[in-house]
Unconditional design. Structure first.
Length: 481
């Protein structure tokens, strides 16, 4: 009986199946040995629409029956792309669309995997993704991978949070769309939430990394578009995006150089924010990687590719010379200098030249000295006041520079350098005044005063020159952008 039943189902013989059912109503509950398929599973898999319709009319709840893989007849119909049976099953039991097999795959996921876009669209119309995160996230990723824009739009519209969900490897739907170079889907994602471009996979790579690795030129260009949309995605974020490093320290420029994809390298170099001198964890820059790869020796290709390669290498070398010192290196150097100035001014302020009175004896002026008071405050009060003010200025400026240096940015460097010069001038003035106060020879006064004026004027001139250059650079940058 069982063997005959399953043969009838595979052939789609509705007349014989009706006779078997009339003889024994339990034939609908029969299961194939091993696979545990029901007659409805077999009819769906074999695309027998009339037989499937008959079974659903006799017992609609058979649409929810599962086999040993946890799959419903809807899974089977989606795997073979049979639209009519899919509609019959959904009409009989709409909730079957949300059932998952043992591999956590929905019928929509299977339809997308096998490329049945019409079946996938029909399922998508019948489903509500607001409360189905597990189903929606997997379907969103496969829709992005296969390029089903309509399905993606519906899922994202109903449940926007699914766009940031990742699979086991850390890939989001935007990562998958970037690998395929689907510009339309990338626009759709970034239009909803531009911050999705900063999602990282398990290797620390962003969707832009994925586009570069797959050599998707148009996708790379789309990520670098300045978007006037949400205020949260501005030019600063584009700058951050192209300089993101993965777990190996590779930026998109490193990856483009390792392929090498000269067209993508040219696009990245057109962005002046690109940190061309960034080194990965192996200490390699994009220039180092590109120079390690042998040039194309084919004389027929050499004219085109070779010249472009040489031009790119020259550009990388030129930008390397133009940026010899990184902001981080400058930050470290300035912290050392400011720390030294802070130590010097602190020590000098509490240990002034000439020392302190040790007792309360009566001095030449007939007044009692106060123990611990600076001697020069009484013997040369005017000079001591200027000395103390200069030393205090250097101390305060250097102390204020420490938190500024901790958040140093490139556009702040010139101003920070100017403040460092002010602190240096202050300790120079304090040093020369100290020499004047403790010197016995009047001839030294003239020399020391000359040095004091010379150092002060030189510092003022240098500060003025640096500020002027800074303003010129700022005007140039704003004019170029």
């Amino acid at each position: 009986m069982e063997g005959r039943l399953f043969q009838v189902c595979e052939k789609g013989d509705t007349l014989t199946f009706q006779k078997l059912y009339d003889t024994d109503n339990s034939v609908l509950q029969q299961r194939a040995p091993g696979s545990l398929d029901t007659p409805l599973h077999l009819a769906s898999r074999s695309k027998h629409k009339e037989l499937a319709s008959m079974i659903l009319r006799l017992q609609p709840n058979m649409a929810m029956a599962t086999n040993n893989k946890g799959e419903t007849p809807l899974h089977e119909a989606c795997r073979v792309g049979e639209m009519k049976i899919v509609k019959q099953l959904l009409d009989a039991c709409p909730c079957v669309a949300y059932m998952l097999n043992l591999a956590k795959e929905s019928a929509l996921y299977i339809a997308c995997c096998f490329g049945y876009s019409e079946v996938a669209s029909e399922l998508c119309k019948r489903m509500n993704f607001r409360a189905w995160d597990e189903i929606g996230a997997s379907c969103l990723r496969i829709a992005a991978s296969e390029g089903y824009t309509d399905i993606l739009r519906k899922i994202v519209r109903e449940n926007p949070s699914l766009a940031s969900r990742k699979d086991e490897s850390g890939c989001s739907a935007l990562h998958l769309a970037s690998r395929k170079g689907n510009v339309e889907l990338i626009k759709e994602f970034l239009g909803k939430d531009p911050n999705l471009s900063f999602l990282r996979d398990c290797d620390g790579r962003s969707p832009l990394h994925s586009a570069v690795i797959s050599e998707q030129l148009l996708a790379v260009q789309e990520f670098l578009v300045e978007r006037p949309g949400p205020a949260s995605f501005n030019r600063l974020q584009v700058t951050d995006l192209i300089n993101i490093a993965d777990n190996n320290g590779d930026t998109v420029l490193h990856l483009a150089a390792s392929i090498p994809c000269l067209e993508i390298i040219e696009i990245l170099l057109s962005r002046h924010e690109m940190k061309v001198n960034a080194a990965n964890k192996e200490g390699m820059t994009a220039l180092d990687i590109l120079q390690q790869i042998p040039a194309q020796e084919d004389p027929n290709v050499r004219n085109d590719c070779y010249r472009k390669r040489v031009t790119i290498i020259q550009q990388l070398k030129a930008r390397k010379r133009a940026n010899p010192t990184s902001v981080t290196a400058m930050q470290q150097a300035l912290i050392v200098v400011v720390g030294l100035i802070l130590a010097i001014t602190y020590h000098t302020g509490l240990n002034p030249p000439g020392g302190f009175w040790q007792n309360s004896d009566i001095g030449n002026d007939g007044r009692n000295h106060r123990p611990g008071k600076a001697i020069q405050s009484e013997t040369a009060p005017w000079l001591f006041t200027v000395f103390l003010a200069s030393d205090s200025l250097g101390f305060i400026v250097s102390l204020a520079l420490i938190p500024i240096l901790m958040m140093l940015r490139k556009e702040m460097v010139v101003y920070v350098n100017s403040l460092v010069v002010v602190a240096l001038i202050s300790i120079e003035v304090a040093f020369i005044l100290g020499l004047i106060m403790i010197s016995d020879h009047k001839i030294f006064y003239r020399v020391e005063i000359f040095l004091l004026v010379l150092v002060t004027l030189a510092g003022i001139w240098w500060t003025r020159r640096m500020l002027k250059l800074s303003f010129m650079c700022l005007r140039t940058d704003s004019g170029g952008t």
